[in-house]
Design a protein around this ligand. Sequence first.
Ligand SMILES: Cc1cc2nc3c(=O)[nH]c(=O)nc-3n(C[C@H](O)[C@H](O)[C@H](O)COP(=O)(O)OP(=O)(O)OC[C@H]3O[C@@H](n4cnc5c(N)ncnc54)[C@H](O)[C@@H]3O)c2cc1C
Length: 397
Amino acid sequence: MSEHLTCDVLVVGLGPGGSTAARFAAEAGARVIAIDKRAEIGTPVQCAEAVSEGILAHLGLSAPKDRWITWKVAHVRLVSPSNIVVNLDDERVSKMKFGYVLDRKVFDKDLATMAADAGAELRLKTRFVSGERLEGGLVRAHARHFGQDVVIDAKVIIAADGVASRVGPYFGVKTVVPLKHMESCVQYEMTNVSLDGAIEFYFGKDVAPGGYVWVFPKGESKANVGIGIIPSLTDRHAKDYLDAFLASDRMKGARVVEINAGGVPVCRPLKETFADNLLLVGDAARVVNPLTGGGIATAIESGKYAGMAAAKAVAEGRTDRAALAAYQDEWQASFGKRLELFYKAQQVLTSMSDAELDDAATALGKCGFESISELELLKAVAKTNMKLLLKFRTFLT
Ligand SMILES: Cc1cc2nc3c(=O)[nH]c(=O)nc-3n(C[C@H](O)[C@H](O)[C@H](O)COP(=O)(O)OP(=O)(O)OC[C@H]3O[C@@H](n4cnc5c(N)ncnc54)[C@H](O)[C@@H]3O)c2cc1C
């Protein structure tokens, strides 16, 4: 038996990008179906769950819901290869803005609920399998739900199916991330961790080649402890490095309660995040901060623009690539330059020796900051270290 459905906008994937796209398309009047292969949105978590306050504006909120937040962050600690510790807290930072460690099991499900409340029809445990173009400017998705075929015809399809996106290639957009640009991440949720409220980052070739180890508090003694590395820089697995960190004095007594792993695209965004009847958002479009691997905020923002662009195209009766191109202009204008800067910074930082990372930490330890942002940190490091300034000068103006 198979089911045949029709809609204006089909969203594949109900992560932060897809749920936001579905919500904004539905709010703008489009008939939306959104599918996800998972039975429960937000589970399992494959994320360290840290975000800045900036995401709220794109969700149309002035404050986060209490149930989303497991920790309010006002203290960042960086630890260099030789253990030079840089504390960024309210003594060093004049206009401290908060960041949050989310509970993504709750947050992601709430974003999906917001999409459903806006009128989107959510179909869970429904896996996109393949797609094709139909006559008359429509696209068709073939999906599976509990062993049954589901066929969904739409005017626009939004690919929000994450880093291993399968939707794009059926409609002419290659989405496979080259291995050298895929950061490999492993994370343990841990209890009995000694914490003082800071989110911590540990750097060094023996600690996390091409990336870092993080300790993000989620309660008085609970934390996400994880690692991201560039696999081409080492023969060892990310888990080997993380387990070595767990064996250090820093993690004495801590115990694992959950394990997750995943990939993060640390590369430039896709050149074109649109095609006839197609928009790509979030990790599927590779709109991720390559310096930190953070992609929740950009998934939400790109999802919002894609949902609005899809609904507008449907309302105006034109869903070809020219009609959808404005979507890319919009995210480019908002955060495109920042992603390019962070891509270049990531290239430089990956090439830095442990001694240079130690120098950078020493430099950071001497300056004050207006706020905590990747850009401010990069500028501070570059200003105080001639070698780094030369490496960074082409793009830190
Ligand atoms: C270990 C780790 C730690 C991270 N830490 C952070 C962090 O601290 N802060 C941050 O900002 N970012 C972090 N990220 C990145 C962040 O998780 C992603 O950038 C973000 O989730 C992207 O959102 P998205 O909506 O694009 O995709 P996703 O959240 O990946 O959602 C994709 C959805 O598509 C569904 N799907 C996939 N294939 C199909 C299919 N064939 N059919 C139907 N549904 C499908 C999936 O089930 C999923 O629900 C981390 C990533 C990893 C791996």
